[in-house]
Design a binder for this molecule. Sequence first.
Ligand code: ADP
Ligand code: MG
Length: 478
Amino acid sequence: MTRTESTGAATPAQSPLPADASSFAHLPLPPTMQATLQQLGYLSMTPIQAASLPLSLAGRDLIAQAKTGSGKTAAFTLPLLANLNPRRFAVQALVLCPTRELADQVTQEIRRLARSEDNIKTLTLCGGAPIRNQLASLAHGAHIVVGTPGRILDHLSRDTLSLDALNTLVLDEADRMLDMGFAEDIAQVVQACPKNRQTLLFSATYPDGVASLAGRFMRDPQEVKLTERHAAGKIRQRFYEVNESERLHAVGQLLNHFRPGSTLAFCNTKQQCRDLVAVLQSQGIAALELHGDLDQRERDQVLVQFSNRSCSVLVATDVAARGLDIAQLEAVINVDITPDAEVHVHRVGRTGRADEEGWAFSLASMEDMGRVGRIEQLQGSPSVWHPLSELTDKPGAEPLHPPMVTLQILGGRKEKIRPGDVLGALTKDLGFAGSLIGKINVNEFSTYVAVDRSVADQALRGLNAGKVKGKSVKVRRL
Ligand code: ADP
Ligand code: MG
């Protein structure tokens, strides 16, 4: 195996590449694709793209590891599209993902990148959605299928999906698929793929299981690993010493002192997540828990509320939070110190994306000091300690409120509702300023719209009394 290692956030002086080497223009991509990248605002490659695309576009099998949010989806989508013949109506690429949510994110990114070719069809096949609708879509033909291993296997055994024409197989979030027990399902799906193909494996971490999975069916894979190093100054890390009885309360103190707009709080166990949410909610802080026992609809609702800024704190374990593409995270709180120093670096790297600054706070008890020592070793720098007593609740200050409120409209894609319909109802019909309306998410059966907290009740009454797309709708506040 050949190994290429480079540093995620290398300073220009250390960078092994010349100044403009990260431009997409150097890649063997058709002009239409170059234009699409420009339109999407992808002006330069992310480090994992720069390290992997020259190899994958040359047809090599690839094992690529880089942290969440580093642009892995485009890193496999470009080679997958390069291998594709739009005039051939057969499934030529398959992307396996651990969850429906990730499959949906991947499908969206593929569609965006494929938009200059208007006849490329991408289909999502995941559990939880009715098989019957999927059969109809499959019958119409698709070039690219994105799905979860279980449901793909289901279609293969019913003979409703053929992979005979496949030339690219992608395993996305391979580490998480293994965590979720998909190893055997994946092996069976691979059995149904032609031997002559390109296989691309992407993962946020690289545990042994992923290496042995790769060894089973990859062809002399190139290994591209981006060791994480955060740009100094962008993420401000602080440690606070706590005893166990202070730990959960300290989270509220941090939030009220620094007042970040959106925070991801990591706990080591589900029980700790539940306890923290209860404590925060009792303090009037809008916190929600993301955990494996939520059904898909509940999970969607939690993520929608967090991403549209109507929930201040998302509380999660590492497994539950893995792979989520969450922008605009102002703070990460390590409520518990993780025993795995690499996981710590990964958690902290969720904030301070792009050019934004971020906070990373860690709460450590005396018993955690061994773990903190390993983190310091991995990061190559001593941790910065601050006393809890320095966190002051400004007297009379409002509790931390998120700026937006989410309204749920019962009705979604099934009713052919589009974001513009909802925006129109609120601005044209009800007269709200556009600046008061936030993100609009249209799901299959529901639509979620974020509205400014100050007009939430008015908007709720207005929508319930008025019409969306010419029909009266039922709306509730989440
Ligand atoms: P990962 O799979 O590594 O977690 P994603 O593929 O979800 O990361 O990408 C994270 C975000 O970065 C997405 O919103 C994507 O649209 C954006 N992105 C990817 N590549 C680029 C690029 N070269 N320039 C700008 N934005 C990019
Ligand atoms: Mg991804």
